[in-house]
Structure formats: C-alpha cells, structure tokens
Design a protein around this ligand. Structure first.
Ligand code: TXA
Ligand code: MG
Length: 320
C-alpha cells in the first residue's frame, strides 16, 4: 500500500504524532525530500541511518523552525547569526559547534562535537516542525549513495517500506540539496555547493569562503562526508561533457540546440539552470534504465546553480 498522503493539516498532525513516537516520516523541503526523525531520539536517528544504509560517520542535517531555535542547539557566532538572518528560511545549512547542553542525539552528529542546522522554507516542512515541536533530523530521503528524491514517488521507490508516511508536497522547487557551510574554523568553508552561492555568503560576512578539499579527499570525507566520491550514483555509468549519445547510451541533454534522437531528456530546453537543477535527479533516474549502456550528459555551464549541478554530476560519474 502506498505511504504517500497529501500534506494537509490532518495528515501533518498524524505525521507529527508518528515523529513523536520515534517513527520516520518523509517530508518535502524546497531542496529535496527529507527522511525525518526526532533529532533528540537516538533510536529514531539510528533508524534513519539504517533506512538509508548510510555510513555511520556521515552526520545528518537537523531542521529547525527558526534562527532562535538553531541558536539554542548550536553556538552561533556573529557570522552565523548574520547568515541565518540573511538566508533562513532557505537552502543554507550551517555547521557549528554543539551547545554544551545540546539535547540533540550524538548520533545525529556522528559522534562529532558539531551539528549541521538548517531552517527550511517549504510550508509543509515548516508546518511539520511546528506541529511536532521537535528538531527533525532530515537527510535526503534516498538510500545512501543514490540520487536524491525530488518528488514523493521517488521517496516511495527508495524507502517506501521504511517510513510511516510520505507527505506529498509536490515536486521540489530547487531540486538540489542545500549549501553546506562549516563555520567551525577561522575560515568559513564550503563543504557542499547548493542553492546559496559562495559569493552570496561572502557578501554577508565580508570575507571570502574557502572551498573545501576536492571530492574524494580523505580529510573532506571526514569533515564533509557528503563530498564522498560516487555519492550520487545511478546504476548505469555516467559520461560527462558529451556532444551526443553513442550507440546504446541515453542522453541527458541541456539547452536549445541539443539532439533529440533516441532516449533523450532535456534538463532545460531554454538553458535555464534553475529548471535544470529542478529536473536533474528525476531525469537521471528516468534515464537509469536496464536497457541502456550508460548515460551521456551534455556540458552544463559552471555558473550559479550550474556549479551545484556539475558537482552532483561529477560524483554520479566518479569511478566506483
Ligand atoms: O537540502 C538539504 O540539505 C536536504 C534537505 C532534506 O534538507 N538534506 C540533506 O541532508 O541533504 P543530508 O544528510 O543528505 O546531507 C547532509 C550533509 C552531508 O554532506 C553531511 O556530510 C553534511 O551535511 N554534514 C552534516 N553534519 C555535518 C557536520 N557536523 N560536519 C560536517 N558536515 C556535516
Ligand atoms: Mg543526501
């Protein structure tokens, strides 16, 4: 039986009840769907790791309703406060030190003394945070190493048997995960590119943002495990910077003049990067078919949201 339900008030109340009992609920955010659980409940957090099959050293994002709620859980410097005021609610996650008496499960931080916090903008996510009155651990609602879900059906396909319910809020507006910024060290470090650009962050804090070590780097693996090589992998091999599809391949196209032959999906006919980001994971999934030998991907401009798209594509194409 399908776990997908419309995200109306009655179902949000039911979902809040399930979360308070330690069960898992998938909810929409403006970036991707989250796999939500009570972030103060170790059992619920463990259930999230188990459901995702995620390496236990990979810490989870905690969703809260407001900057004040975030600052009650983590230590907020002037920079952190300024960034929260500028970008929350929205697609920015801040990694800060946990407050000394932080009630969050240690498992949510994968044993570290830091925590990743985010105030989501999606009305359903916000309603669920209010109704449950809990900070919600919420990694993307996909099995570990697989493509992040941008609609309720994706969640059902990957994790349908692991959740009490899936709140359907329609397709995600942004379509790639939040920007993850670490404020643990002197220099703010970008651990994962996303909806908020390093330039926008630098403009608020008045100094440059360091781009964390390259994908696959062991240190980066420790500090920003979302940067692990081959983190967003379809089953078929992915070939980047393709001009067209070779025999047997499906084509993930981009832009006006893209070829149409064979199995082709276009991220954006008009070359719109926001539209491309919103389509990215759904189209990668749709092309990841047993009857193709691989997925050829046309080049995406390395500007704005194109940077986050290329980051995901590079990982999808990484050797594994
Ligand atoms: O857009 C998003 O951020 C989505 C939606 C559901 O909110 N959530 C999401 O969560 O993508 P997740 O758990 O899939 O990604 C968490 C990222 C990972 O790259 C993880 O390594 C990093 O945040 N992270 C979490 N806690 C951290 C910490 N304490 N230190 C360093 N990195 C951390
Ligand atoms: Mg994820």
């Amino acid at each position: 039986m399908s776990k997908i339900v419309p995200a109306d008030d009655a179902n949000i109340a039911l979902a809040a009840g399930a979360l308070r009992r330690g069960e898992l609920v998938s909810f929409p955010t403006e970036t991707v769907y989250g796999l939500g659980g009570d972030a103060c409940n170790d059992r619920a957090v463990a259930a999230i790791y188990a459901a995702k099959g995620r390496p236990s050293f990979n810490p989870l994002i905690v969703h809260v309703p407001s900057l004040a709620a975030a600052a009650a859980l983590g230590e907020f410097s002037e920079d952190a406060l300024a960034l929260g005021r500028a970008f929350w609610p929205g697609p920015l996650t801040l990694v800060v030190r946990r407050q000394r008496k932080c009630p969050l499960s240690l498992l949510v931080s994968a044993g570290m003394d830091s925590v990743a916090l985010r105030v989501p903008a999606h009305p359903v996510a916000r309603a669920l945070l209010t109704a449950s009155n809990l900070p919600l651990a919420g990694p993307s609602a996909n099995p570990s190493g697989r493509i992040s879900p941008t609609n309720a059906r994706h969640v059902e396909e990957g994790l349908g048997d692991k959740v009490a319910m899936i709140l359907d809020g329609g397709p995600c507006r942004i379509g790639v995960e939040s920007t993850v910024l670490s404020l643990l060290d002197e220099k703010p470090a970008l651990l994962r590119p996303g909806g908020v650009s390093p330039e926008e962050i630098a403009a608020i804090i008045g100094r440059p943002v360091e781009i964390a070590a390259p994908v696959g780097d062991v240190e980066a693996g420790l500090h920003g495990p979302g940067r692990l090589l081959s983190h967003y992998a379809p089953d078929r091999p992915v070939r980047l910077n393709a001009v067209n599809a070779q025999a047997g391949e499906a084509l993930l196209a981009f832009g006006r003049n893209a070829p149409h032959a064979g199995i082709t999906l276009n991220l954006s006919e008009t070359g719109d990067l926001a539209e491309a980001a919103a389509n990215l994971f759904a189209m990668l999934r749709a092309l990841d078919r047993p009857d193709v030998t691989g997925i050829a991907v046309m080049p995406i401009p390395e500007v704005g949201l194109g940077i986050a798209i290329n980051d995901r594509l590079t990982r999808a194409a990484a050797p594994r």
